[in-house]
Write a protein that binds this ligand. Sequence first.
Ligand code: UDP
Ligand code: MG
Length: 339
Amino acid sequence: MSANAQRGVVLSFVVPLYNEQESLASFYRQLHAVAQKLAEPYEIIFVNDGSTDSSGEILRDLHSQDEHVRYLSLSRNFGKHEAMAAGYDVTTGQAVITLDADGQHPPEFVDQLIAKWREGFDVVYTVRTNADAATGWKRATGRLFYSAFKHISGMDLTDCGDFLLLDRKVVEALRAVHEKSRFTRGLIQWLGFNQARLPYQALPRAGGKSGYSFGKLMATAGAALCNFSTLPLRAVAGLGVAMTCLAIVYALFALVLWLFVGGSWLGNIVALLVGLTGLNIAALGVVGEYVGRTFEEARNRPLYVIRDAVGFDMDSEEIKRTVPVRRVTASASKIRFFT
Ligand code: UDP
Ligand code: MG
């Protein structure tokens, strides 16, 4: 049995972070104050997702002040969902709660998640009631994404974030899913179990700026839409058939027009050809998206690579199951992986 398990950790907090030097310390203080009041053994696991600012130094200081704090440093920026997967792999708590490090997920709300868990729910997920506070393109693309996801996958995840609690058995089930380009919320819905939904007010960022660039958001949306349904493939196939039928009808119409009215129909044919070529390329693009994902799965690279694991017991099962570990040196409270 690992040292953590022997200590009987009940609650594990998992916090993925990327360049959060402005909000990290204040977020920790809030979470620490809340965790102390819970009167349960707990651990706070930060996952540094390849930050290039001083987040790493802040984590080192937090660990030296508070033995509840442990952290993993990934070898580069892998993405929030991969960082969460790394965090889940090393948790030992009976319940695991994920929060963002920018203060948008209020730690004060954690006791309500725990209360639901104690009622017997295995998954407690939160829904932002003030999603309309988002501005500009994030709000517009968010609405579009959730509605597309609902139609394609049949799952309604509108305004659900990654601020959620999972029972140990759900964490173990999730750990068995090795899917690349992950969309964690969708995977959790897919897993099932006994799920409760809690509305909450998201807060503004405590500082710094969002680590989610337009490209990262699009990648997450792509993962969500393609990993949970093959409907886009069927939709383009259907569209192709519809277009072909339309083209036949149009050709007949143009022929009749040419025979009885006269004039040239070349311009219309060019328009038709351009339209059909566009459709072909779009259809290839959708097929390519799925082929690319199949290739990614076939390559079977690890979801993340750990550079440092600080504050963990190196003999523990949790650490042994992280990837990939080739050579390990250890000091009393710090182990280092060379990959
Ligand atoms: N994050 C991460 N890796 C990334 C991008 C973000 O670990 O590549 C973390 C980030 O530090 C924060 C959480 O994921 O703790 C949510 O990200 P962010 O606040 O940037 O997203 P937003 O709230 O703008 O959607
Ligand atoms: Mg945020």
